[in-house]
Design a protein around this ligand. Sequence first.
Ligand code: FMN
Length: 356
Amino acid sequence: MSSFGENTRLTIFGESHGEGIGAVLDGVPAGCRIDMDRVYAQMARRAPGKDKTATPRLEKDVPRVLSGMLDGVTTGAPIACLIENTNTRSGDYANLLEKPRPGHSDYTAFVKYGGNNDIRGGGHFSGRLTAPLVFAGAVLRQILETEGIKIAAHIESIGGVSDERFNPVCIGDELMERLSGSAFSLINTSVEEKMRAEVESARADGDSVGGVIECAVTGLPVGIGGPLFDGLEGQIAKAVFGIPAVKGVEFGAGFGSAKLRGSQNNDPFAVKDETVVTETNNCGGILGGISNGMPLVFRAAIKPTPSIAKEQKTVNLTSATDDLLAVRGRHDPCIVPRAVSVVEAAAAIAIFDLWC
Ligand SMILES: Cc1cc2nc3c(=O)[nH]c(=O)nc-3n(C[C@H](O)[C@H](O)[C@H](O)COP(=O)(O)O)c2cc1C
């Protein structure tokens, strides 16, 4: 099912070229003031059509709140939001039911749903379905902020070009605010041009490029999460893997920690300003599935956009023969810049559910 959460339940509905897409967010406490301009600002960071790293599709992505808010304050009823689909060009997708795109969901969805799935624009598998996810995250992160919990992500790399990583033991509010308001979020902004050149070179080749997004959560108190299956890592990973094109999630030193000795990987405890802290943060702020009060840091690997203009091998499902496909239509040569606010939203949803 397209739902997430036990205490706060998010359900996402819609198909890319249907009437509309949207979210129902249930379990949000009453009496929380939500600044809709800040919600729109987060959705604008995800929206396409802004620059050459994204598809030129102009999707307005204006969320219409149908219920759950009155005069900018949550009522305690489910918050329902609808985003109409306006900029669709379904003809671009006509041949994909027969010829599945390599790297996309066309083949698996065709088999699972017996060809009844809406293939137009990727249907329910489209990256467009992340617009309601960002809406929900933008609402919930405002409530988390009133508790001092802040979430921000940046582009850690695109292709072979890398930004600096977060200093995992000390991430200032100023940096968090700058990143979470930026359309091309970087710690070291001097790498922007090189990253854009990497995307442009893939686009010029009729190809695409992937990258990594690094996300930090600061202000989390000690004790959020739990052992085994309901831990912070599992919850965040589940929400982040809900984002199309995410193929890996790692916390703290992640896969790198497998190469260290215990003496190198363990984060020594210390007392600072009467608070227990750790001197390093290889665990990414999580021990035993529970927050330890240090910044929570994780990274998500985003694959290159599957729909590319370059001709690739596929099959014709009607004639059961080998075939070739060059994907038409307007696609992101790189998903990473647009997915930054989506990763932040997924983190907000996972943390809010546990924090409730
Ligand atoms: C913000 C965003 C935009 C995306 N745009 C495109 C796109 O333009 N073309 C495309 O083929 N895939 C795009 N994707 C990725 C596909 O939706 C995704 O690869 C596909 O549904 C298969 O899912 P999987 O990669 O998780 O296996 C986008 C994903 C996101 C998060």
